[in-house]
Design a binder for this molecule. Sequence first.
Ligand code: ATP
Ligand code: MG
Length: 274
Amino acid sequence: MQLAKYPINSMRAFPTAFPVEVEAKAMRKWLAELTNVSLPASRVDNLAVSLSAVRKVYVTGAGEFEALRGIDLQIERGVFAAVVGKSGSGKSTLINMITGIDRPTSGEVWVAGTPVHALTENQIAVWRGRTVGVVFQFFQLLPTLTALENVMLPMDFCDMFAPSERAERALSLLELVDIKDQADKLPANLSGGQQQRVAIARSLANDPPLLVADEPTGNLDNKTALSIIELFVRLAQAGKTIIMVTHDQELVMRAGRKITVAEGLIVPEEGERR
Ligand SMILES: Nc1ncnc2c1ncn2[C@@H]1O[C@H](COP(=O)(O)OP(=O)(O)OP(=O)(O)O)[C@@H](O)[C@H]1O
Ligand SMILES: [Mg+2]
């Protein structure tokens, strides 16, 4: 790993791998631990995602709240799925189950044959870094790293690709999202749409089969949102499985499948029996 060059404090914000609560001092120890983590063998599974009886109960001062109330959901590989539903219906909670950012209270979450619900925190960090690209509404780039360094970070973190190849690979990913000319800029000097392109390039760094995005166009103007949508459509055509929470009708229309969440449950699609 080539982590020494990264400012360790700012790495706390790195969304696809680091639990926020890990303190800087504990982080180096934790990173060293991760190099020894092994993942369980995955089962043969044609599905990208398979959830069964997933419940998520949040415990707050006001009592318990059941945000997911028994989700059964199967998503085939190569599908571009849009997740829709009212605010508070449980969309983010649902996709946080799929990325392993949060854990179910009960039920099973399988992603490409890996039992995510059964992994330890360290296994989840390593598994996610290799398998899932995550894109957020507010980009969540590391502010002290250039666009290029942000895209290289997952490769360094997961020790994927030869160290000598990483910069070139990051540059080609920036080219893929039409932003190669901004490679040396810090996030603060990029527009929202440009930052989201960098975040998408970062999500592709380790060539994950699955991309998960939570309202990736939610913080962009219409025209910029459209260009980001085009980018996801291109990635879907290239064979990625994409699961995206969105309120954007344009995006829903372009998706191959619409998954509607209401009050912690999936609403059956038309013509589908429960
Ligand atoms: N950490 C938490 N603690 C307690 N309750 C939570 C927590 N996170 C979410 N909730 C509750 O769970 C429900 C579902 O939240 P979630 O964030 O999944 O909704 P959402 O569909 O993504 O909404 P939005 O469209 O506004 O992003 C909401 O009622 C929310 O208040
Ligand atoms: Mg949400």
